[in-house]
Design a binder for this molecule. Structure first.
Ligand code: C2E
Ligand code: CA
Ligand code: CA
Ligand code: CA
Length: 276
């Protein structure tokens, strides 16, 4: 029994070493990815539920690694958060989104907004509004062409400070959306104080919306509540016609999901608009 215990212990520490080494490797790889400019944005269409028109695109970062190919943000965003590298990656993401928005505007591509995800660390930077303003000015992007997504849970880490900073961003003319809504335990009294334009219903509620009565209730209540607070609702992760039907029936404003399109390269996004 003693030997078995020791083996388990050794196995455990070996696994921890492996995990720690993998994290360290990832951190180093991310540093060189920043230096070598290996991040790209893909764009997922957001569709007006009433008209079927594409109203915007959510910019989603990918890491184009020379060794590993296209790496999903799920694999590197949390390590980037913990190491603080997200600040540099996030700035670069915003810059790429602004560059794209300016390019599309100039080319007459019919879109209203590009939505960019912010991380918790970015939201806590006192110079965030200034940094964003500088980049928008550099690319001559109107703030109205940009939307920022902050998750419900990150705003609830420091609700009072979040309300203040979101107010500053809003006053600059940037649209704001609360991402992953329903997963972050925000209270309704705070929600009323958040100066945001939209709520995004998390994919986890959309998934079983036509079979799980709880998910259906959460989604329809979120839509009704948002509307009564004067906010629009985006549903994310919409994959089936039945999900779409439910959401449209309950007044959801904007639909995003594989049913319409996966996130696309910038060129494919334009192609998507042209073939509508
Ligand atoms: P998110 O902001 O909730 O983005 C939605 C995710 O759901 C995206 O995954 C998108 O590709 C995926 N998705 C969209 N429609 C469907 C669908 O119909 N079915 C399914 N199964 N999935 C769908 P992605 O691109 O892998 O991004 C994952 C997460 O990584 C994002 O979740 C966001 O939290 C984070 N992320 C992505 N880009 C950035 C970024 O530029 N900055 C920061 N801070 N985080 C980012
Ligand atoms: Ca998002
Ligand atoms: Ca989500
Ligand atoms: Ca998410």
């Amino acid at each position: 029994a003693k030997a078995a215990g020791r083996n388990t212990y050794q196995m455990f520490t070996r696994e921890m070493h492996t995990a720690a080494r993998q994290r360290l490797a990832m951190e180093n790889n991310l540093r060189s990815a920043i230096t070598n400019d290996e991040f790209v944005l893909h764009y997922q269409p957001q569709v007006d539920a009433a008209t079927g028109k594409v109203v915007g695109f959510e910019a989603l970062v990918r890491w184009l690694s020379p060794e590993a190919g296209l790496v999903s943000p799920e694999r590197f965003i949390s390590i980037a958060e913990e190491t603080g590298l997200i600040l540099e990656i996030g700035r670069h993401v915003f810059e790429m989104a602004c560059e794209q928005a300016a390019k599309w505007k100039k080319a007459g591509v019919p879109f209203e907004k590009i939505s960019v995800n912010l991380s918790a660390r970015q939201l806590q930077q006192p110079d965030l509004p200034e940094m964003l303003a500088t980049i928008m000015a550099r690319y001559e992007v109107e703030p109205g062409m940009i939307e920022l997504e902050v998750t419900e849970s990150m705003t609830m880490e420091r609700p009072v400070e979040s309300i203040r900073i979101l107010g500053v961003l809003k006053s600059m003319g940037i649209d704001l959306a609360i991402d992953d809504f329903g997963t972050g335990y925000s209270s309704l009294s705070y929600l009323k104080l958040f100066p945001v334009d939209k709520l995004k219903i998390d994919r986890s509620f959309v998934k079983d919306i036509e079979i799980d009565p709880d998910d259906a209730a959460i989604a329809s209540a979120t839509i009704a509540m948002s509307h009564s607070l004067g906010k629009k609702v985006v549903a994310e992760g919409v994959e089936t016609a039945a999900q779409l039907e439910f959401l449209v029936k309950h007044g959801c404003d904007i639909i995003q999901g594989y049913l319409f399109s996966k996130p696309l390269s910038a060129d494919d996004a334009v192609e998507y608009l042209n073939t509508l």
